[in-house]
Each structure stands twice: as structure tokens, then as C-alpha cells.
Design a protein around this ligand. Structure first.
Ligand code: DOR
Ligand code: ZN
Length: 346
């Protein structure tokens, strides 16, 4: 097959930031995607319905003229989050999920959750109203090796939390391990898992062999090849538990190429071309529709987009800018390290 047309894809995990960075990166996602779940880890975080509404307005203002891109807003769960505010923001249609960051797990997660008992009332309200919880699935315990933090989180936090809150819809985000794939697959339809573009492409050798590659560093960090293979098999299986969440996370080059570089891969620009390559290489191009366009809306109870995106495989390589300019500085676009022949037609 050299051409595929899919319903317009959505991104179920995206960082758009704010200010000058937002203006630079929002058009990149809006080029190819109809909707995206917008991460709330700004400084200060997007905690209340009022903050989400104001942030949504800033996103819409940053879109190109005539864009129909729809930001799906998310509240940042803190130990002070008010269940009534969450319920009102959901009832108004503004908010589509709540995000759980274990405190200290990643970029701007300091306002996240330390004591899970303190967020029980919010989780119970969310289970009652059917509002999904998006989870950054890593423990932050110093003694736990960074490569084991996802698997440990499943056993010690995620599974107990789900058992204590029956009916809560949960997305385990950016899964990076076979354990993550196995856990999510074994659950019912109240559990989903997002997979990023970069975790389908790189393993930990790509980050560390032959010199340290700061633009491949993200959290959760890429794991061994057996885990990458498990992710590729899950994404290309068509299994409704799994859908695309790019975790495209822009940082300026000076923040990435630093003695203490930030975590995040910026893939908004070339995700769809890269996914077509990965699915084609597996002989599973037809499963791209489910992964990028159907399974996510189904989990969130939203309609599949009615417009489409066409990708064509050509003899010449696909190109994209290597960096996106922003007034805050350049942002490097994820480089898969191999030539890609899939081009976007519309
Ligand atoms: O690599 C990451 N970057 N992982 C996250 O969880 C957060 C994100 C960011 O905001 O930069
Ligand atoms: Zn993220």
C-alpha cells in the first residue's frame, strides 16, 4: 500500500505550554490533528475550571486564522483540588480529564500528589461523573531505579488506586514497558493506555550509545528494546485499549542541551509521517486508523472526526524543519534517525 486515508487523528496527550512557546508550537499540532488533550503542567499549573477556561482562550488565540483545532482541557490534580469545581468544569463541557502527577515525577510536577488519601474525594467524584483520570505512571521513590519506576508504579500505586475507586476511568499515559502493555491489556474498558511516537522508535541505547543525546531524553525514559517491541505490537494491534498520545513536549535547545537537561521530545511536526513509517514497517498500516483516530475518541466518549488525513509513500524522503523557531529560542524536532518516505497530503 502506498497511500492511506484515515479520519483526522487526535493527540490524547500534548504539551502546548504558554506565551511565546504556545504561539510557536500550537500551529504545528493544528496542521495535522483535529483535537488534543492539553497537559496542564504550566507554571503555575492549570488547577481550576476558571484557569482551564482562560488557558483554552489563549490556545485558541495562538492558532492560525481559520483553524478548527479543538483543545480538550485537563485539570492538574493537587491535594487542594475541589471536587465541586472539577464537577462543574466537566458539566460545562470544558474539561475532559484530570491529570495526576506524582509530586516530583517530571517537569512542573511539584504541585502534584504526595498523599493519595488527600485526593480520594476528587477521585470518587470523577468515578461518579465518568471523568477520566490521566496518570503519569512513575513512582518518585529515590531507591527505585529510573528504569523500574513505571513497573513499580503499576503494582504499588495504580492497581491499588483503581481497586479503591471502582468505576474510575483511567488512562495510563505514555507507557514505556511490557509491564505497562500487559497491565493495560488485561483491564476492562475503563482503562486505556497512550503510547508516544518516540517510544515506538527509540530504546535506551539511542539515548546513550555513542554520546548522550539530550533530544531523546524524556520521561518516562525509553527502556530496553524488548519494551519498545511490546509497545510497537500494542500500538499496531488495533486493541482498543491503546491510542496515540504524543507527549510532544517542547523545550528550547538551551534547556535540553544543558548539564541538567529537561525531559521531553518534540514530535508535533512529524508524528503522523513517523507513525505511517512504523506501522508500514510492521505490515500494519491499516491499524493506524484505530490507533490514531478511533480508539481515543471511543475511550473519551467523543465522535470520530469526520474530516480526514491522507498519507502517501513516495520515492523521495519526507522533510520537515529540523527546528521550530520561537521567541523563547529554537525547539528541535524529533529526529527518528532513519529516512521516512511517508508524506502528508492534506
Ligand atoms: O518527557 C516529558 N516531558 N515527560 C513528561 O512527563 C513531561 C514533559 C514536559 O512537560 O516537558
Ligand atoms: Zn507529558
Amino acid at each position: 500500500m502506498t497511500q492511506i486515508t484515515i479520519p483526522r487523528p487526535d493527540d490524547w496527550h500534548l504539551h502546548l505550554r504558554d506565551g511565546e512557546m504556545l504561539k510557536a508550537v500550537a500551529p504545528q499540532t493544528a496542521q495535522h490533528f483535529a483535537r488534543a488533550i492539553i497537559m496542564p503542567n504550566l507554571v503555575p499549573p492549570v488547577v481550576t475550571g476558571a484557569q482551564a477556561s482562560a488557558y483554552r482562550d489563549r490556545i485558541l488565540a495562538a492558532l492560525p486564522e481559520g483553524s478548527t483545532f479543538e483543545p480538550l482541557m485537563v485539570l492538574y490534580l493537587t491535594e487542594d483540588t475541589d471536587p465541586k469545581d472539577v464537577a462543574a468544569a466537566h458539566a460545562s463541557g470544558l474539561v475532559k480529564a484530570v491529570k495526576l502527577y506524582p509530586a516530583g515525577a517530571t517537569t512542573n510536577s511539584n504541585s502534584g500528589v504526595r498523599n493519595f488519601d488527600n485526593v480520594r474525594p476528587v477521585l470518587e467524584k470523577m468515578a461518579e461523573i465518568g471523568l477520566p483520570l490521566c496518570v503519569h505512571g512513575e513512582v518518585t521513590t529515590h531507591e527505585v531505579d529510573i528504569f523500574d519506576r513505571e513497573a513499580t508504579f503499576i503494582d504499588t500505586v495504580l492497581d491499588p488506586l483503581r481497586k479503591a475507586t471502582p468505576g474510575l476511568r483511567v488512562v495510563m499515559e505514555h507507557i514505556t514497558t511490557k509491564e505497562g502493555v500487559d497491565y493495560v491489556s488485561a483491564q476492562g474498558s475503563d482503562m486505556g493506555g497512550t503510547i508516544t511516537t518516540h517510544h515506538l522508535i527509540i530504546n535506551r541505547n539511542h539515548i546513550l550509545v555513542g554520546g548522550i543525546k539530550p533530544h531523546y531524553y524524556c520521561l518516562p525514559v525509553a527502556k530496553r528494546e524488548i519494551h519498545r517491541r511490546a509497545l510497537v505490537e500494542a500500538a499496531t494491534s488495533g486493541n482498543p485499549h491503546f491510542f496515540l498520545g504524543t507527549d510532544s513536549a517542547p523545550h528550547t535547545d538551551d534547556a535540553k542541551e544543558s548539564p541538567c537537561g529537561c525531559a521531553g521530545c518534540f514530535t508535533a511536526t512529524n508524528t503522523m509521517q513517523l507513525l505511517a513509517h512504523v506501522f508500514d514497517a510492521e505490515g500494519k498500516l491499516n491499524a493506524l486508523t484505530k490507533f490514531a483516530s478511533e480508539n481515543g475518541p471511543k475511550f473519551y466518549g467523543l465522535p470520530v472526526n469526520t474530516n480526514s488525513l491522507t498519507l502517501t509513500k513516495k520515492s523521495e524522503t519526507a522533510t520537515w524543519p529540523s527546528k521550530i523557531a520561537s521567541a523563547a529560542g529554537p525547539v528541535t524536532v524529533f529526529d527518528p534517525g532513519f529516512p521516512v518516505y511517508w508524506h502528508i497530503e492534506n
